[in-house]
Design a protein around this ligand. Structure first.
Ligand SMILES: Nc1ncnc2c1ncn2[C@@H]1O[C@H](COP(=O)(O)OP(=O)(O)OP(=O)(O)O)[C@@H](O)[C@H]1O
Length: 299
């Protein structure tokens, strides 16, 4: 039988030798001139089977550039974690992937962002169907002021995904099951979603996101408002969800990135410094700025 490469091995091949010149710049400990040290992204920014491809992405808020020339793939069924110091642009970049920044008038995005063949920023692209394919879960759980059932049923209803009540019931149950919430709420589906605990509300928001069968789920610090037990549940869930969905997660927790992701992308001052297999990033980072961050020298 022919040996089949794992996605990590395939990506390894694809990214080999792309960045020889960038490896381990000899390094001063001083980080105050760190912007000059970023250079080109090192490591493995590309995937053999990309679900989303981003090329040369720049983002401006008015005159201020928040993202500089970022190129990255997110592979099918891959979990990519985005880490970096506060203000480095992780959330800005994540929010470009389903055009959440469209509501910010001064925000201008250029470069190419694709969901398979779909040009995410094509002027004729409607954001509603785009966001059904690329869902997002925010930092603070934000259930609608509706019942648990109606929170999950909302998306399938507005996207016209079902005709019969029994089909909707099935979607609601399956989504709550996938979000590991069904057992806790099955007897009170018509109680308000806002009456759940913080961790349950976040799992409700995940159920609401997956109810429309997205292909990609973006998570913007999904556990930062949760206690350690609720956090552990969401992390378990991320691992389960990655069997069916592609996931990009912004997190402040390096332990969380290490636990849930396949590759980790390290951002610094709006630039993508390094992308590598998560294990490598946390044990033997390629760039001195990544090393400085993971060893706590700044952040
Ligand atoms: N709506 C906005 N208007 C103007 N500038 C913004 C806006 N949102 C973010 N910025 C700026 O863009 C830069 C990147 O911010 P962003 O929130 O993406 O960083 P981050 O890495 O996610 O930070 P944090 O970890 O603190 O959430 C920062 O300098 C920030 O001040």
């Amino acid at each position: 039988m022919q040996a089949v490469n794992t996605p990590i091995q395939e990506n390894e091949k694809l990214n080999a030798n792309t960045n020889e010149a960038e490896r381990k710049p000899s390094g001063a400990e001083q980080m105050n001139d760190s912007a000059a040290k970023v250079g080109k992204t090192v490591g493995k920014p590309f995937a053999k089977h990309p679900k989303m491809t981003m090329r040369n992405v720049d983002v401006f808020y008015g005159d201020k550039q928040a993202i500089h020339d970022v190129s990255l793939d997110i592979g099918k069924n891959e979990v990519v974690a985005m880490i970096g110091p506060s203000g480095c642009g992780k959330s800005t970049f994540l929010r470009c992937l389903n055009r959440m920044n469209d509501t910010i008038e001064i925000c201008k995005v250029s470069g190419e962002i694709k969901l398979e063949e779909l040009d995410v920023y094509h002027p004729k692209q409607d954001v509603v169907p785009l966001r059904a394919r690329v869902g997002i879960v925010f930092q603070k759980p934000n259930p609608f002021p509706k019942s648990i059932y109606d929170n999950v049923a909302y998306g399938p209803r507005i996207h016209g995904l079902v005709e019969r009540k029994t089909d909707l019931d099935e979607i609601v149950e399956n989504s709550l099951r996938r979000a590991s919430l069904w057992e806790e709420v099955k007897d009170r589906l018509h109680a308000p979603g806002t009456g759940l605990s913080g961790g349950q509300q976040q799992r409700l928001c995940i159920a609401r996101t997956i109810a429309v069968s997205p292909e990609v789920i973006l998570m913007d610090e999904p556990c930062s408002a949760l206690d350690p037990i609720a956090t552990a549940k969401i992390e378990e869930l991320i691992t389960e969800l990655s069997e069916k969905f592609t996931i990009a997660i912004v997190t402040h927790s390096m332990q969380q990135a290490a636990r849930v992701s396949h590759r980790t992308a390290y951002f610094h001052m709006g630039k993508l410094v390094e992308v590598n297999d998560t294990k490598r990033v946390f044990t033997n980072p390629e760039h001195e700025l990544t090393e400085a961050y993971i060893t706590g020298r700044f952040g």
